[in-house]
Design a binder for this molecule. Structure first.
Ligand SMILES: Cc1cc2nc3c(=O)[nH]c(=O)nc-3n(C[C@H](O)[C@H](O)[C@H](O)COP(=O)(O)OP(=O)(O)OC[C@H]3O[C@@H](n4cnc5c(N)ncnc54)[C@H](O)[C@@H]3O)c2cc1C
Length: 397
């Protein structure tokens, strides 16, 4: 544990990789390599969590890097957590659970939860013994979080929740979930006032779940959650009632950064395989990598991955420094989701027919990288945000 990083937050972004980061990357890579991509493939087939890998990383303190020390974490930051997930993905084991539990909930609770909530939940997130998932998306609201219609209404000392959430990943693996619900309407804007709730029991009375069959190859399955008068105690509200939007974004920006490192990690994994293959595979005599038609796309994909990574570390550093990180987190996810897709596709092409073989472990990663252009926020919604807030163009929707 002595080699865990102690980032100097006064330097917002270091231009050189620190010794601590190198040590962290080496340590995570070592753990992940003992499992390998076939482990991810097997858990994707069965729908069981990658629990052994998770526990191994938890024992080394790598699941609590962004959690403050006083609540059982390492007190480092999103940057270090993102390094862990990038290395997991780079070893062929991308982990959505980390995006949800450490990334979203592990970022929101230290900033907005009550002292009692922090003491109850953060140590368990930090050591990985308990996992959170996250329930925001709804069938009729989708990309528009202002249109959330799942409502929580006060009844005595309880809240009563009615509504539906969909595409909620991994609820069957979760110990708790963070729920976004509407508790009122802003009279001036007509928009819903949102509140965040911790649902302690992942199978509460008044909620039933239905699996959504999807093409996603990952250990996490997706579910629709139906709430029919689910009762929650008053002390499960995180932050202020009706003011959940700003705390929510303290979780959604890390979610974007972590979604981005899944793409750069998988992209790096794929390019490593492809360059090795291109160096050794011969069909006309010289290795296929000696043909520019093979080499240039690999070089281009690698350059684009590196460019995306630059934006990722910038976004993470801004977040860790407590500075506004929304635009950079969006840009990082935008660039990485495209660069990761291109790297993976180029690697598949480099492998010819073997690119689709299970044994080569490439094509089965397509869906998890492709997903990052749809969720957590779609490519178009990133462009909408950038056009409106950075380019100051009129809102088009
Ligand atoms: C595998 C998977 C796992 C997920 N896990 C979770 C989870 O754990 N928790 C959770 O809360 N959610 C989760 N989601 C939901 C995800 O965040 C949403 O799918 C995403 O936000 C898009 O919402 P939607 O699917 O309703 O698309 P819609 O909002 O219906 O949009 C459909 C298309 O129209 C485009 N579009 C919509 N409005 C505009 C506009 N104004 N301008 C331009 N284009 C527009 C969108 O970009 C998109 O391409 C998951 C989704 C998937 C597929």
């Amino acid at each position: 544990m002595s080699s865990l990083p102690t980032t100097d937050r006064s330097a917002v972004l270091s231009l050189q990789t620190s010794d601590d980061e190198i040590a962290l990357r080496d340590a995570v890579r070592g753990v992940v390599s003992t499992y390998g991509h076939s482990y991810f493939q097997e858990r994707s087939r069965t729908g069981e969590p990658m629990q052994e890998l998770w526990d191994s990383l938890g024992k080394l303190g790598f699941l609590g890097l962004n959690i403050p020390e006083e609540y059982g974490g390492q007190g480092a930051g999103l940057t270090e957590l993102a390094v862990v997930l990038e290395e997991m993905s780079g070893g062929g084991c991308p982990e959505l659970a980390m995006v949800l539990s450490q990334g979203i909930v592990g970022s929101i609770l230290p900033l907005h939860a009550s002292e009692e909530q922090k003491r109850r939940y953060l140590p368990a997130i930090a050591d990985g013994s308990e996992k959170f998932v996250f329930a925001m998306t709804e069938p009729d609201a989708g990309s528009n979080s202002h249109k959330v219609t799942t409502t929580a209404v006060r009844d005595g000392s309880d809240w009563v929740v009615k509504g539906t959430k969909y595409y909620i990943s991994g609820i069957d693996h979760a110990d708790h979930f963070l729920l976004v619900a509407k508790t009122g309407t802003d009279e001036q804007t007509g928009r819903g006032e949102l509140t965040l709730f911790i649902v302690d029991d992942p199978k509460p009375a008044g909620m039933h779940t239905q699996i959504i069959p999807t093409a996603l190859r990952a250990p996490e399955r997706q579910f629709t959650l139906f709430f029919d008068e689910m009762r929650l105690p008053a002390d499960c509200v995180v932050g202020e009632v009706g003011r959940g939007l700003s705390p929510l974004f303290d979780g959604l920006n890390p979610e974007r950064v972590l979604s981005a490192v899944i793409c750069t990690g998988v992209g790096t994994y794929a390019l490593n395989k492809a360059t090795e293959y291109a160096r050794t595979r011969r069909v006309w005599g010289p290795p296929i990598g000696s043909h520019q038609g093979v080499a240039h796309p690999l070089a281009e994909a690698s350059i684009e991955l590196e460019a995306a990574r630059t934006m990722i570390w910038r976004a993470a550093a801004l977040f860790d420094a407590g500075l506004p990180a929304g635009t950079e987190s969006n840009m990082a996810k935008f660039l990485a989701s495209k660069a990761g897709m291109k790297a993976l596709d180029t690697a598949i092409q480099t492998h010819g027919g073997n690119g689709l073989a299970e044994e080569y472990g490439l094509a089965d990663l397509w869906s998890i990288v492709r997903l990052q252009q749809i969720a957590p926020v779609s490519t178009q919604m990133v462009l909408n945000h950038y056009a409106q807030h950075t380019l100051k163009l009129p809102r088009t929707y």
